[in-house]
Write a protein that binds this ligand. Structure first.
Ligand code: MG
Length: 293
């Protein structure tokens, strides 16, 4: 099932999307939550109700709706993973923008950082590249895990029991600010630097993730293309690593890192500029499109 947050006639709501792309309002389902994080926390109870109502044709289509980020107001920062594809780790290490130190590009353990909740924007919202005075804004298409059932010290072999679903994040980054401050949070957390969407796809609809492919295009030009099989640290390892230190909560987001082909991988770098358009596509998760201003 594809779940969305939407705005229509000045009001926000949550819904599901059919195969034709139409948004159906789920607020009439008995006992329904008012936002997707609350729905996720009660997923075992609410998902069967939504599926039953959808199957019976009981969910009205929302006319004139605009999609928001599926989780427009996360409860806390988005967890992210640095250098998690072999080829991107090499590319970033050689770019001159890597402040993590060390002689080798490939990390021995996952590098975890976060993006501020206020960086989240939705599909078709503009990425505010002009707000970065250093003119070094880059894209990073990323497969992102949405946690369902929370947990502390989740073992790898139980990790998928805690996954509610998946969505696409563009981990937009100011490269100069990322490097200047050593720690990456500032360069990755500027307002509008976390496009998310277009919908949240439940884990049962996605199934096995290892064969999924990710592609990022800028103005139609293919920049990133990779399989999730190229991840250095897989989803169970990331869930186990983070939850070993921090209890994961329903609705938490883990952006799993980006493959090669980011702007700083080119010589000279290809930074985003006003007028550009970025599209991140992942099998079964759809396409996240954002203009740049
Ligand atoms: Mg990233």
């Amino acid at each position: 099932m594809k779940l969305v947050s939407f705005e229509s006639a000045g009001k926000t709501g949550i819904g599901c999307v059919d195969d034709g792309g139409a948004v159906h309002d789920i607020s009439g389902v008995p006992g329904m939550a008012s936002d997707l994080v609350s729905l996720i926390a009660r997923g075992d109870e609410l998902l069967p109700k939504i599926e039953a109502a959808f199957g019976q044709g009981d969910l009205p289509v929302v006319e004139e709706s605009r999609l928001l980020a599926p989780i427009p107001n996360p409860m806390r920062n988005i967890f992210c993973v640095g250098k998690n594809y072999h080829a991107h780790a090499e590319e970033f290490h050689k770019s001159g923008f890597d402040s993590t130190g060390g002689d080798t590009a490939i990390p021995e353990v996952p590098i975890i950082f976060t993006k501020a909740t206020t960086s989240v924007i939705g599909p078709e919202d503009s990425i505010p590249a002009s707000s970065d005075a250093t003119n070094s804004v880059d894209y990073e298409g990323e497969f992102t895990v949405v946690i369902g059932k929370g947990g502390h010290r989740i073992p790898k072999d139980r990790a998928y029991d805690h996954v509610f679903g998946y969505l696409i994040v563009n981990d937009v980054t100011s490269r100069v600010i990322q490097k200047r401050h050593g720690q990456w949070v500032l360069g990755k957390s500027m307002d509008g630097f976390c496009p998310m969407g277009p919908w949240l796809v439940t884990a049962d609809e996605v199934g096995e993730i290892g064969h999924l492919r990710l592609a990022t295009r800028v103005n139609g030009e293919l920049r990133q293309e990779a399989s999730l099989q190229d991840l250095i640290f897989d989803v169970p390892t990331l869930i186990a690593t983070i939850s070993d230190c921090i209890s994961l909560l329903p609705g938490d987001l883990i952006a799993t890192g980006t493959p090669p082909g980011v702007g700083i991988g080119f010589s000279p770098p290809k930074f985003l500029k006003p007028g550009d358009e970025v599209t991140v596509t992942i099998d079964k998760l759809g396409s996240l499109h954002n203009p740049v201003h």
